[in-house]
Design a protein around this ligand. Sequence first.
Ligand code: ATP
Ligand code: LTN
Length: 332
Amino acid sequence: MEEPAKTLFSAIQPSGIITIGNYFGAIKNWVELQDDYNCMFALADLHAITVFQRPENLKKNTLEAYALLLACGIDAEKSLFFIQSQVNTHSQLAWILDCYTQFGELSRMTQFKDKSTKHSDNINCGLFAYPVLMVADILLYQVDMVPIGLDQKQHLELTRTVAERFNFLYGETFKITEAYIPKNGSKIMSLQDPGRKMSKSDENLNAWVAILDSKDEIIKKFKRAVTDSDSCVRYDDKAKPGISNLMTIYSCATGKSFDEIEKEFDGVGYGKFKEAIGECIADKFAPVQSRFNELIKDKEYLEKCYRKGAKEAFEISNRTLNEVMKKIGFVQ
Ligand code: ATP
Ligand code: LTN
């Protein structure tokens, strides 16, 4: 008998302009995994409002992120691709699972600590409970695997803990899922501070490169990338974090190993190396940019795709939600 296809879920927040960190850490793998998995992808707009978003920006960023992911190769025919706020089951299960997650567990989440330091004027309950919404996103779809960047590993461990706790209390309900974290590119660092991850909500525009940045901007940003005072292109993430980060980006974009990159740029200095990465990244994303420019004009097509995605996502996720509600003892 043929084994049923393996399933996968992942999501990204429409909280800004999608960066090459998001691409190499997550989106590139989503696109590749579509051949072997039944995939479900979401734009996590409910997650995005844990940090204040201007309404016009949220709407624009959501539609643009949807078109951009299609342009990157997410196939809305083959995979289920929807907008999280259009599928009510996510908020419903998140509330329920809040009651099965400990305050102490959420207090240990490093992303909460980072974001509450960064947004100290708006440490809202949603920011604190955010990982539980992510737990709900995943558990609703009973998936085998969740492809993510390294920064989300702790949230995935929480997902497993909450699922096991619920299963222990009420019997087998949720599938215990695995993280898929790529070996190369799981943590692309900021171009201005290689001690911090590249983040699309970083206010320093030179810290990140967006997939939709113009060729000039991309080249300029790589030129300005912070490196050390040496001039030898060599991988050493402790002593040379800036150069090592640039090598990682170049390796992700070309498939070349660090040895090959060291040989290619032996004796040429940082200037030439930075120029080569800028050119390479700009060329790599040029076709994605033209596809994006076409898609973003076709609002009707986008709407058709996300409406279909939301309808199918509701049907699948509502089965899990109903089972959970029945097991807890809510009147049916
Ligand atoms: P924000 O700055 O709003 O927190 P973000 O840029 O960190 O956003 P997310 O929407 O939180 O992006 O993440 C989407 C996916 O991209 C996740 O799987 C995350 O692990 C991955 N990711 C984010 N930043 C990086 C990075 N710098 N390197 C590799 N993967 C990343
Ligand atoms: N929390 C993630 C985005 C996200 C996600 C998910 C990722 C929301 N729900 C479910 C994987 C699975 C983030 O901020 N990177």
